[in-house]
Design a protein around this ligand. Structure first.
Ligand code: ADP
Length: 343
């Protein structure tokens, strides 16, 4: 009895320590019966009827007891077949002659982040390779064609286009990685969204003129939102740029701003090629393009909409899409209106 009391005290002291560290941990006795567990272990659902439910974890604890050493393993844990899989790092170690403590670290989020980062780096390397090798080939061709003014003109024009593409790609990669890190670039301020929309239209005017596309905008002033004006401006510029790029020459693009139930809505409407239904979710992913060869022709990076989505999310807003192939697309960016604070 005294022994059992002592065992319980050792276990509860250890668990109290785990509570301070906010760690998931379970203490078991010589028969692998759970003596105590931390709140985080309870949240993860590691124990049922005084037993650790995962056979792999039980095996790990037995191994620690038999070898009298600490053992660590990376495992996948799911409470039941319907629960999400957790990627865990489990460590079992002897706490006393009878007790083994099992410490669990949930690495699911870290693993997901690692994978996202690895994907991003792989995609970036792949995307950078295309303009870099084009620039290298074109500069070689220029050397060979040095005596032919027509060829020189053609190659140098292509060289300029590819280097611009490379520049735009690098700028967008930097912007996107900053936004993803939650690092809003500019100052957080209250600004007039109408003004930002007008600026974004202006920034696309040259491109629109080159295609004979007419941009019509209706932007009432005094719709105020709070956030990073530079980022929102970039997002709206990207939407208008796409509307122009994915429209036929001499068509129309509309840009509207309105207030709907406390939300500012910027709608960018085109009558262009549209987007197939089954791709409408994917186009917001980094580097995703419906038609890579067309996007490459237009100097696309596949990053524009990803920037729009992150910019919207960072401002507590969203971006939605309504589109039908060959009829056109409407992208709507929604951001909460700034509420005046009372003194
Ligand atoms: P890109 O730089 O390739 O335009 P985005 O991220 O801006 O990259 O867009 C992703 C893809 O979504 C584009 O490659 C294109 O296929 C499609 N897309 C975006 N906007 C439009 C639009 N207004 N009309 C038709 N397709 C569009």
């Amino acid at each position: 009895m005294v022994g059992s009391h002592k065992v319980k005290k050792v276990a509860s002291d250890a668990v109290a320590f785990l509570e301070v560290l906010d760690t998931a941990g379970v203490v078991v006795d010589a028969t692998n019966q759970v003596v105590d567990q931390s709140s985080k272990a309870k949240d993860m659902g590691l124990v049922e009827y005084d037993k650790v439910i995962s056979p792999e974890l039980v095996e790990l604890m037995t191994k620690a007891r038999v070898t009298r050493q600490s053992v660590t393993e990376e495992l996948v844990f799911a409470k039941n077949s319907r629960s999400p899989k957790l990627y865990i790092s489990a460590r079992a170690t002897l706490l006393s002659a009878e007790l083994v403590i099992l410490l669990i670290e949930d690495r699911t989020e870290a693993k997901r982040l690692d994978e996202t980062r690895r994907d991003f780096v792989e995609n970036i390397s792949h995307e950078l390779k295309t303009p870099i090798s084009a620039i290298s080939l074109l500069s070689e061709a220029l050397q060979v064609a040095i005596d032919d003014p027509e060829q020189v003109k053609k190659f140098s024009k292509n060289l300029h286009r590819e280097s611009k593409r490379l520049g735009s790609l690098v700028t967008k990669i930097i912007q996107l990685s900053r936004i993803q890190a939650g690092d809003l670039q500019g100052e957080i301020e209250v600004f007039d969204l109408g003004q930002i929309v007008d600026e974004a239209v202006e920034l696309n005017q040259f491109l629109a003129d080159s295609k004979g596309v007419k941009i019509t905008s209706d932007t009432p002033s005094e719709i105020y939102v709070q956030g990073d004006a530079g980022l929102i401006s970039m997002a709206i510029k990207n939407l208008i740029e796409n509307a122009v790029l994915y429209s036929e020459n001499n068509s129309n693009v509309g840009v509207g701003l309105s207030e709907v139930e406390g939300i500012a809505e910027v709608a960018v409407i085109d009558k262009g090629i549209g987007i197939p239904l089954d791709q409408q979710e994917r186009i917001f992913e980094r580097f995703y393009r419906v038609d890579p060869s067309r996007s490459r022709e237009t100097g696309g990076t596949g990053l524009g909409l990803s920037i729009v989505k992150h910019a919207a999310n960072n401002h507590g807003g969203e971006v939605t899409l309504f589109s039908r192939p060959n009829l056109g697309s409407t992208f709507t960016l929604r951001i909460p209106i700034h509420q005046e604070q009372e003194d």
